[in-house]
Design a protein around this ligand. Structure first.
Ligand code: C2E
Ligand code: CA
Ligand code: CA
Length: 668
């Protein structure tokens, strides 16, 4: 974990900004105040100067002695602050003007802001007739504005430097304090939590940082420690005997909730199933305590017997069990499990001389990573209530559409299994002809299902449905066994015609496939080289090494392998490079390439060349026209399969049509 912007930086910026703002306001006030003070001082100085010359000046004016008056005014100059002196007569007529200091320019803004220049005006009275209130003239003195300007400037610069320094000092000091007192302890805590190993997490305690016992950081650490202790207690409780339900000794609700929390945390798709056993409820007070205990224990054992090891059974009340069905990812799987649970619960039960037939209601809630543990729990219970309302031994999903989906899926599954049981599945055979001689060289076994109208076909998507129901291995095994039965019957009659059987990728990856095929060959005593397994390129067998590992033992036993639909798979041409390592004997060129013949022949040609170089037998699929056949024969393809020769037919018809002549009979 990294900090992208430290608390120290943020808080330093904030302290600086706020301090600067206040310092600015403070400086402005201070400046105006001192300038005002200075103006006042200047004015009083001017006034006392004026007063000192007022007597002689009035005498000179009364006598009309202008040179005398000028001399008197000249005496003011050494004071240095007066820039100009005027004598103005009461009728505003200017009688005399003396400038002492040349005017120096002062910015207009300063003049306006501080009301410059500073001026005073003093009336001059006649000394001989003091009773006369009329002044003789006015003495007007004006202070030097430039001096004032200089004073303002020096004040501003002093203030700014002083207070900027102050701001800086304050910021650094505050930052240092916060860094020491907050940032460092927080960082230490974060680092310690970060470095915590998973096994130390429960019950982990943080040390109280020094000097922080009584502040907020101390509070944080203490709260954390208290929470941790609480968690530790819960943890211990879960692991202790206290989490078991009496009598059944099953884990109780606290345990279940903890497990649910875990599942929710990991976002694991799962199903929660509430099994509400009405019989336990109904027999309360009717059966003796020992009988009820017996009933409970028997039921628990029965439910346990149908659960996979990863699932857990808990008891949350006297009559309610909850199954956390880990590994159940789809509604149909959940409902199948529910049915198994119901079946074992419903079995007749003799309890100390009393015959019981227990019943239960089952509610299921699926978890797809979108609920809290509590919500999931409540959903499953509410489903169990609605199951109960529907009658005895009902299973109900919380979400109706999940019920529907599960039922659809189960119907499909049961339809397939029923069809298999009732011989509605059959193997039809399509011949594979030598393009050279026109004789049958082998046959492909194709699955057919009897339709409601009695016809036989392979409905679109059926193979996919079988795969998605998880029945591919069952059906595939049936096809293999049927094919082996056919081969064995032929071989008993001395016919050594090979038979190709399609193997889906799911079958190929199934762990017991190899042993099952070998077992069939042994059981039916068929020549291994008459069985050809057709595998299709697919994502699942994209890794040639894996395919080799799976197919090697079969090939070692003599079974042949054909690569079906060659060129169609997304890995088609890439696979060419791996062909040397793939244990394959036959290559089937897909119908889409044959369709393009003879115009689009480059790819077919490439495939043929490659197959030759690897010594593989080539079969061209889906030949429908003479031109296609001729082109392929010309190109050296040995075997062809397609409607031009024949469609798939039932095995008896196939035998009549192709196996009556003696050519396929072995030369003993
Ligand atoms: P596939 O293995 O490529 O089988 C060849 C399909 O092409 C068959 O369709 C066959 O009837 C059809 N076909 C043969 N010649 C021609 C022709 O000249 N023109 C045309 N238009 N079609 C031709 P089918 O029997 O419907 O099988 C479809 C697919 O179902 C098969 O393709 C195979 O992938 C799968 N399948 C069939 N039976 C089984 C089986 O027993 N097990 C497994 N795993 N898959 C099977
Ligand atoms: Ca095939
Ligand atoms: Ca094919």
């Amino acid at each position: 974990m990294r900090v992208s912007r430290s608390l120290t930086i943020k808080q330093m910026a904030m302290v600086s900004a706020v301090t600067m703002l206040f310092v600015f306001i403070f400086c402005v006030i201070l400046l105006f105040h001192s300038v005002q003070q200075n103006r006042y001082n200047t004015a009083s100085q001017l006034e006392s100067i004026a007063r000192s010359v007022r007597g002689p000046l009035s005498a000179a004016i009364l006598k009309g002695d202008i040179p005398q008056a000028e001399t008197i005014l000249q005496g003011i100059q050494p004071a240095g602050i007066v820039s100009r002196a005027d004598v103005v007569l009461p009728n505003q007529f200017q009688a005399l003007r003396m400038s002492f200091i040349p005017e120096r320019p002062v910015p207009m803004m300063i003049m306006r802001l501080f009301e410059l220049p500073v001026q005073i005006s003093l009336p001059v009275y006649s000394l001989e007739r003091p009773a006369n209130p009329q002044p003789l003239a006015y003495l007007v003195l004006q202070a030097d504005s430039y001096r004032m300007h200089k004073f303002v400037m020096s004040w501003i610069s002093t203030l700014v430097t002083t207070y900027l320094l102050l701001t800086l000092m304050l910021t650094v000091a505050l930052t240092w304090c916060i860094n020491r007192l907050i940032v460092h302890p927080l960082r230490r805590i974060a680092r310690e939590l970060n470095d915590l190993s998973p096994q130390d997490q429960v019950g982990h305690q943080l040390p109280l940082p020094r000097l922080h016992h009584d502040d907020e950081i101390g509070m944080l650490v203490r709260s954390y420690n208290i929470n941790q202790q609480r968690l530790l207690r819960q943890h211990d409780e879960l692991n202790s005997h206290a989490t078991r339900f009496p009598v059944s000794e099953l884990p109780n609700k606290a345990f279940l909730m903890a497990m649910l929390e875990q599942a929710v945390e990991r976002q694991q798709t799962t199903a929660l199933m509430v099994v509400a056993c009405e019989t336990l409820q109904d027999t309360a007070g009717v059966l003796k305590e020992s009988q009820r205990e017996m009933l409970l224990l028997t039921l628990v054992e029965k439910i346990k017997s149908v659960l996979a090891p990863r699932m857990s059974l808990t008891q949350v009340s006297g009559y309610d069990f909850v199954i956390l069905a880990h590994g159940v990812k789809e509604p149909w799987h959940a409902i199948t499990l529910g049915q198994q649970v119901l079946t074992v619960i419903n079995e007749r039960l003799p309890i100390q001389g009393i015959q019981l037939r227990p019943s239960a209601s089952i509610g299921i809630a699926m978890y797809y990573g979108d609920l809290t543990a509590e919500q999931l729990y409540r959903r499953a219970f509410s489903a169990a209530f609605s199951a109960r309302r529907k009658g005895k031994n009902q299973i109900q999903f919380f979400e109706p559409e999940q019920m529907e989906k599960a039922q659809q899926r189960l119907t499909q599954e049961s339809d397939i299994l029923t069809a298999l049981d009732n011989n509605h599945f059959a193997i039809w055979l399509q011949p594979q002809m030598s393009l050279l001689t026109g004789r049958v060289e082998s046959a492909e076994a194709l699955l057919r299902v009897q339709q409601p109208d009695g016809s036989w076909e392979l409905p679109d998507g059926l193979i996919d449905d079988i795969e998605s129901c998880g029945l591919m291995v069952t059906v595939g095994h049936w096809v293999l066994e049927e094919s082996c039965r056919l081969l064995s019957a032929w071989q008993e009659r001395g016919i050594a015609l090979p038979l190709s059987v399609n193997l889906s990728a799911l079958q190929l990856m199934h762990p017991t496939m190899v042993s099952e095929v070998l077992e069939l060959i042994n059981r039916y005593r068929i020549k291994p080289d008459t069985l050809i397994l057709e595998i299709t390129e697919s994502r699942r067998i994209d890794d040639p090494n894996e395919a080799v590992a799976i197919l090697k033992p079969l090939r070692n036993a003599g079974i042949r392998i054909a690569l079906d639909d060659f060129g169609m798979g997304y890995a088609g041409l890439r696979q060419l490079q791996h062909m040397k390592t793939l244990p394959v004997d036959v290559l089937k060129i897909d119908k889409t390439f044959v369709d393009g013949l003879p115009e689009d022949s480059s790819l077919v040609q490439a495939i043929i060349q490659m197959a030759r170089s690897l010594n593989l037998t080539i079969i061209a699929e889906g030949i429908e026209t003479d031109t296609q056949r001729d082109w392929l024969a010309e190109a050296g393809v040995e075997i062809g399969q397609g409607f031009l020769f024949a469609r798939a037919v039932p095995s008896d018809q196939f035998e009549q049509r192709y196996l009556t002549d003696a050519r396929h009979h072995e030369k003993a």
